[in-house]
Design a protein around this ligand. Sequence first.
Ligand SMILES: CC(C)(COP(=O)(O)OP(=O)(O)OC[C@H]1O[C@@H](n2cnc3c(N)ncnc32)[C@H](O)[C@@H]1OP(=O)(O)O)[C@@H](O)C(=O)NCCC(=O)NCCS
Length: 180
Amino acid sequence: MILRFYRRTGGAGSAPSLPPSFSSRVWSPGRDGAPPSGSRRLGNWVWWAFERLALFSRPGFLELTLWREDRLAHRLIVTPRWFRFPFMGAADLQVGDVWTRPELRGQGLATLALATVQALTDPDDRLWYVVEDDNAASIRLAEAAGYRLVGAGRRTRPLGLAAFGRFVLAPLETVIAGRG
Ligand SMILES: CC(C)(COP(=O)(O)OP(=O)(O)OC[C@H]1O[C@@H](n2cnc3c(N)ncnc32)[C@H](O)[C@@H]1OP(=O)(O)O)[C@@H](O)C(=O)NCCC(=O)NCCS
């Protein structure tokens, strides 16, 4: 599967307001410790351990969740560089695991979440967004949020094991030349 690699700078603006009956929560293991109720999924315990063991290139991991009453409506995470993403700089961040509850899609929640994250970052930060080439909704989301395509690539599978794979980026000029 071909992947698209998007990037933009951080900072800009204040967090947008939420629609009525929605609330948001930012969980940052470096600041808040173990995952709170509602965020105790296995993956978050892994991220918590990553932060504790200093396996990220910098502090800054966070999970943003949007809630409608008590139901999770949207979730995304922001990760610093770790071994699967060698194309990132040590100070870079990546937005990932972006997910909106199916019945709430197309209502601007992911756009709102990206803008919220944007307001939490610094102008010096570089933010990445990696998406599969056939994910039209996610591509539109990234492009509408100001991310620019910088290259394409793939995920490696050493010895056939996806779990140990890395995300390999080829610069846009190389991709275009290869197609030409
Ligand atoms: C991708 C996803 C997070 C988008 O969430 P969402 O809350 O529906 O997004 P928004 O409503 O904020 O829409 C963002 C943009 O995408 C567009 N969009 C939404 N669904 C779309 C679709 N199926 N096809 C094309 N564009 C779409 C919207 O029109 C909007 O663009 P606009 O600002 O120009 O109008 C959601 O579809 C999802 O959870 N998908 C499954 C998980 C996934 O693929 N995550 C991304 C992994 S990289």
